[in-house]
Design a protein around this ligand. Sequence first.
Ligand code: TXA
Ligand code: MG
Length: 364
Amino acid sequence: MLTKIIRLDPLNFSIKQLQEAIDLIRNDEIVAFPTETVYGLGGSAFSETAVRKIYEAKGRPSDNPMIVHISDLEMLSSIVNVIPENIRKLCERFWPGPLTILFEKSEKIPDIVTAGLNTVAVRMPSHPVALAFIKELGIPLAAPSANLSSRPSPTKAEHVFNDLQGKIPLIIDSGSCNVGVESTVIDVHKGHSVVLRPGGVNLEDLKCYLPKVEIFNNKNKELSDEFKPPTPGLKYRHYSPKAEIILIEGSIKFLEEKIVSLHFKYRTQKKRIGILHTHKNFQIPSDIINDPKCKMIYLGLRDSNIDSDDSINADKIAEGLFSSLREVDNQNIDLVIVEGISEKKIGLAVMNRLRKAASKIIKE
Ligand code: TXA
Ligand code: MG
């Protein structure tokens, strides 16, 4: 199959440019499209045929359910049984945007979309192309991230092309996704609100609306006894480049020391190293920077407005994270040393992805 790419300027496009994509979806086909978080691989949420094609193209395990994307609240009413009042408020505050909320699913959504669960995860993306696409279709789109299963999520059309060329008919290319990490997935029911996956909407912002919101954690015994959310996606390996990832977490001093000692250790073993450098207030020694066998990858440090008392720019780090993990593969690097960041705001989502991608975590 030939994979066609259509370029659409997110600030200046016409609905006519979406016609081919719309026709494909109406014919049970699948299309990769941009959202503000990452690119999605969409098919009609009402079509078992289309959803099966999505699982196949991604090589996604069939027990991992999909997010359904909508363009307005009327569309929500058509796919869920009830919209509780507290959840409606949450939708009004955070939609369109990177928050995915679990609802009791209506019979119109085939079981294959939710992998047999009686809840459906729904979000209204804020990307102008995604919103216009779904609105014009008039059909909700079931869409996981448009990467091969276990690979980093795609934040550019070329990432989608590299993973899925020949497997899907069309990619809508609208440039880079500006959030860079996937949506926050939240389950609000039985008086509990639990974040199943941290993402584009920060915990700090959610807390203004849901003061008791918790982060789902297998080790949280009290929570898991009373409330056992099905979180199929959590058990799979994720976000992995081919290189080994060593994540270091701790104070600036600890990061500095570890980079020096790990660089020495692995260079002695003749490995090709990468360093994912995220902090501006320490200098990597010049012999490391000038080592031709060590590739420096600067993340969130260039072209960014960092206020002087903050050592990192978490938004920029999130935006470039998956792209950097993919760059590692292009550079034929054996292992990457990654500087962990603070879990404040979007840093929580970044660290969640990095810990999943890491084969080794070294803590202070
Ligand atoms: O930002 C995003 O969320 C992107 C864009 C394309 O919207 N989508 C995305 O989809 O990241 P995906 O399929 O890669 O991740 C969806 C996550 C998975 O971890 C899945 O297990 C979980 O949401 N999920 C989906 N439906 C669920 C449900 N009914 N109950 C619990 N978890 C669910
Ligand atoms: Mg995904």
